[in-house]
Design a protein around this ligand. Structure first.
Ligand code: NAD
Ligand code: ZN
Length: 589
């Protein structure tokens, strides 16, 4: 049931086996209700075994006893990387020249590393000249007394194909001492004189026997699916309801009313900059046991902060809240999304940093931006700083159920902050429009937002109210633009700054973008014009006093954001953006 890229290992194994299309039927046979339910919920077929069994073959024998089948393949539940080729090879031996003699077939892989050869978790097998198994052991077999004789070691892979008769026989034969001593079930066949034909498959997937294997498996899984995260057709959700216009915030009580569940409060998470703002306070209408939590945005939101808020809500209220309402900038909008999700998904927010790791819909959540640019109000992510990384909770459950866009709420944003957050939008457009993931969908949103940004930041034709309204829509479109593509160099590097130095997103992007003429020449020139026109101070030399360790961490964090680099620089990004190159860039900032 351990997680592998967002689904339990057993579900991945089931799906991989089914995807080979080699079988008439695929079942998970289990004595665990948890596993049974998980498979059924995921649309698979599971069989609950009635009796207790010491090994998988016995359990499968019980399951197929009354099925009309000729060949049964036992794929171990911890083999999520089961490949079509390996299974084909195992099945092929039943069509080979010595098919008549074969009771069961299995797979082996050549191994060379003595560490693996001597590892008792890896079962070794020796075979005769026709690849019939002679013995299986956790010891190195043969023992290399004469080091000058070269022998090929083989590791057994946990896949068996049985003729039904052989499996049913097996079931009735009592285990003997060799099997009991080694805890290797196929030894039983050898002990009773059955013939096991071994096929060689060197395409080694990862078997998951230890927590370290699971870590490796997750890495491998991510690598194999990271390409599909961003460049296949994506079916992503959008915010289903949005209200726009000056004063639209006043409609909030009417929007909330139908969502209110008896005894279940609405929780307001509000930027504490509004604490002493009376106009705002007068507009808020808390009912019954609704709760208002002011949150400081001095620092970017953290997984720990989400966990604490969720814990407090759970302690204070017996009922799941009717909804979470986030009112503020990107920080609060992300925090509120994450709180909504962690109220229904167990564990820590840190467990869900990544793509599609959340399993359950969050509680109803409303986003109300009070400063524009991040696009967090429309996006499918909630960016959090965790113990190990700065990464969003990206999922179909993340987007808001409702957004209220009232440009008046952005009155009073300090000028520098207005610029930094607004530039986040500009940079989203630049990175999306210049990225390799661009398509007409992203482009149409990106171009609109880009033009709005130029109008807002480079002309003086707009009234303040018009400018606020347009920036609110630019932010929305900028967010939509990266939904179907990705951000790029500035964001990857800005995440590094933020993780190591705590630099906030907007200003971090500006610090980086200022030095990216090599990648976005025309747009960096425009940016510099805007900086000058609005007389903005971009912090300088912030990397001058970094320790080596800090620099290395910063580089690790930035380079870890693979999809961003792929979008920015294409598939060969690793040869373009080397660690040295990145370091040189950081040192300019
Ligand atoms: P922010 O939310 O941290 O707010 C910036 C500052 O503006 C704060 O000091 C805040 O108190 C103040 N402020 C906000 N509204 C105000 C108002 N009406 N009047 C006066 N002051 C006001 O900054 P941000 O730039 O909006 O958001 C940055 C965050 O957004 C980062 O944490 C970043 O990771 C995240 N982000 C998320 C996404 C996403 O898609 N989820 C995209 C980009 C950025
Ligand atoms: Zn951004």
């Amino acid at each position: 049931m351990q997680d592998l890229g967002g689904k339990p290992v057993i579900v991945r194994t089931y799906e991989a086996t089914k995807a080979t299309e080699l079988f008439d039927e695929v079942y998970v046979v289990t004595d665990s209700e948890v596993i049974y339910n998980e498979i059924e919920v995921n649309g698979g077929k599971a069989i609950m075994s009635l009796q207790e069994h010491d090994c998988g073959s016995d359990r499968i024998a019980e399951a197929v006893e009354n099925m009309d089948v000729d060949i049964i393949v036992n794929v171990q539940g911890d083999e999520p990387f089961t490949s079509k080729k390996g299974l084909e090879q195992v099945l092929a031996v039943f069509k080979g020249p010595d098919a008549e003699k074969i009771d069961l077939a299995s797979l082996m892989t050549e191994i060379y590393d003595w560490k693996e050869i001597s590892d008792p978790n890896a079962v070794k097998v020796v075979v005769d000249k026709d690849n019939f198994a002679q013995y299986f052991s956790r010891s190195p077999i043969p023992y290399p007394r004469d080091k000058n004789i070269s022998v090929q070691y083989y590791k057994h892979k946990g896949i068996y194909a049985f003729r039904k008769e052989a499996l049913m026989d097996f079931h009735t034969l009592p285990p003997r001492a060799l099997e009991a001593a080694e805890k290797i079930e196929c030894i039983r066949y050898l002990e009773y004189g059955k013939n096991i034909k071994m096929a060689i498959n060197n395409n080694e997937g990862i078997e998951i026997d230890t927590p370290e294997d699971l870590v490796r498996a997750n890495r491998a899984f991510k690598e194999s699916s990271s390409t599909s995260v961003n460049n296949k057709y994506r079916n992503f959700p959008m915010v289903p309801k949005v209200i726009f216009g000056q004063g639209s915030f006043d409609q909030l009580p009417a929007i909330l009313a139908p969502q209110r569940k008896e005894n279940a409060p609405f929780i307001y998470l509000v930027d504490d900059v509004f604490k002493r703002n009376e106009t705002f306070a007068n507009k808020l209408t808390l009912r019954f046991n609704d709760k208002l939590i002011y949150v400081s945005t001095l620092e970017e939101p953290k997984t720990e902060q989400v966990d604490t808020i969720v814990k407090n809500i759970k302690n204070e209220f017996t009922h799941q809240p009717s909804g979470i309402i986030g009112i503020g900038g990107g920080s609060i909008l992300d925090l509120a999304k994450a709180v909504s999700l962690l109220l229904t998904n167990k564990g820590s927010a840190a467990d869900y940093q990544g793509w599609d790791l959340l399993k359950t819909k969050g509680v109803y959540h409303i986003g109300i931006p009070t400063i524009s640019g991040t696009g967090a109000e429309v996006s499918r992510t909630a960016i959090l700083t965790g113990p190990e990384k700065k990464l969003g909770l990206n999922s179909d459950f993340t987007p808001y159920d409702q957004v209220v866009l009232d440009p008046d709420l952005a009155i009073g944003v300090p000028k520098d902050q207005w610029f930094f957050t607004g530039m986040d939008c500009f940079i989203h457009c630049v990175e999306s429009l210049n990225g390799t993931f661009l398509n007409a969908f992203s482009e149409s949103y990106g171009e609109k937002a880009y033009d709005l940004c130029k109008e807002i930041f480079l002309t003086d034709t707009l009234s303040d109210a018009e400018s606020r309204a347009k920036l609110m829509m630019a932010s929305w479109h900028g967010g939509m633009s990266i939904a179907y593509s990705q951000v790029g160099v500035a964001h990857a590097m800005s995440y590094g700054l933020s993780y190591v130095l705590g630099t906030k997103h907007g200003v971090g992007n500006c610090i980086v973008f200022d030095h990216l003429h090599e990648y976005y020449p025309k747009d960096v020139a425009l940016f510099k014009e805007m900086v000058k026109l609005h007389d903005i101070n971009i912090p300088q030399n912030i990397c001058a006093n970094l320790t080596e360790d800090q620099m290395e961490t910063m580089i690790d964090i930035a380079l870890g954001l693979v999809p961003l680099w792929e979008n920015a620089l294409g598939d060969d990004w690793e040869t373009i953006m080397t660690r040295d190159k990145l370091k040189a860039l950081y040192l300019k900032m």
